[in-house]
Ligand binder design. Structure first.
Ligand SMILES: NC(=O)c1ccc[n+]([C@@H]2O[C@H](COP(=O)([O-])OP(=O)(O)OC[C@H]3O[C@@H](n4cnc5c(N)ncnc54)[C@H](OP(=O)(O)O)[C@@H]3O)[C@@H](O)[C@H]2O)c1
Length: 249
């Protein structure tokens, strides 16, 4: 088996995940890209073959399915590309009806894809990394967690839960060689943000992927990208309620 790094991207067929897969493939990693749509994955596989001369592995699976089993999933990922040392989880979903009080079914659906499954997958891979005494995982959250608002409440709450869980695991694995990082994103130019009226320009997914790959070489536990979101979110957190409640964003 090749000694190249084994990297897995869950949500690897579009947006940030797709750009990550391309840059990991260009670096020469053994890459496994995961998403639901097999045709998108096959197109990406072909793209990596033509551009970088690399054959990436692909797996079409719906991680939100009711019978999803994170431990079995982890085993099948390792079975597909061999030892893995890097996990990226740029998975997530928003919904136009996530305004005010979302319907119970929608709340559950957004909690599963934005919190429960990423948390289960992260936990399962961290156990594997811990047993191998090495591993790095990166979770993608959102600036939405910094300033709760009426829009995207279910999405933001799920991402906030995910951030909290990651911070708890960072503490648990602090004395080990298992590294968990949180990359909180501002607007990114992907299908998720398509057609939205945005307050600031959206970052390119390729720029996010470059930043994430650089971050993964270091020991930073949390970062905003683009970085200008840090002062903005800090300011929002400091606003007194009588002012904050008047903001429409
Ligand atoms: N775009 C933004 O403006 C923005 C802002 C802040 C934070 N973020 C966060 O950044 C991350 C990347 O976002 P993005 O805009 O790149 O997303 P995206 O373009 O919508 O890509 C999401 C990826 O996840 C896959 N996926 C979705 N549901 C899945 C499921 N049930 N099972 C397996 N795969 C699934 C999708 O492929 P399939 O549809 O084929 O499954 C796709 O590959 C997400 O965590 C998002 O919440 C994005």
């Amino acid at each position: 088996m090749s000694s190249a790094r084994g990297s897995i991207v869950i949500g690897g067929s579009s947006g940030v995940g797709r750009a990550l897969v391309q840059q990991l493939a260009a670096r020469g990693d053994r890459v496994l890209a995961i998403a639901r749509d097999l045709r998108d994955l096959e197109a990406l596989q072909q793209d990596c073959r033509l551009r970088y001369g690399t054959t990436i592995q692909i797996m079409a699976i719906d991680v939100a399915a009711a019978d999803f089993d994170a431990a079995a999933f982890t085993e099948s990922c390792i079975g597909s590309i061999g030892p893995i040392t890097q996990l990226f989880v740029p998975i997530g979903a928003i919904h136009a009806d996530d305004r005010g009080v979302p319907a119970a079914g929608l709340l559950e659906q957004l909690a599963i894809i934005n919190y429960l499954r990423p948390a289960q997958i992260l936990g399962s891979f961290c156990k594997y990394f811990s047993a191998n005494e090495e591993g790095h995982a990166m979770i993608f959250t959102s600036i939405a967690t910094a300033a709760p608002r009426g829009n995207n409440a279910a999405y933001a709450a799920a991402k906030a839960g995910l951030e909290f869980y990651c911070r708890a695991l960072q503490h648990h694995f602090a004395d080990s060689r298992v590294m968990i990082q949180i990359c909180a994103l501002g607007y990114v130019d992907t299908t998720m943000s398509f057609g939205m009226k945005l307050l600031f320009p959206a970052a390119r997914p390729e720029a996010v992927a470059r930043f994430a790959m650089q971050m993964s070489e270091g020991r930073k536990r949390f970062a905003y990208f683009p970085r200008f979101w840090w002062p903005i979110t800090s300011l929002l957190k400091m606003l007194p309620w009588p002012i904050y409640k008047r903001l429409h964003f």
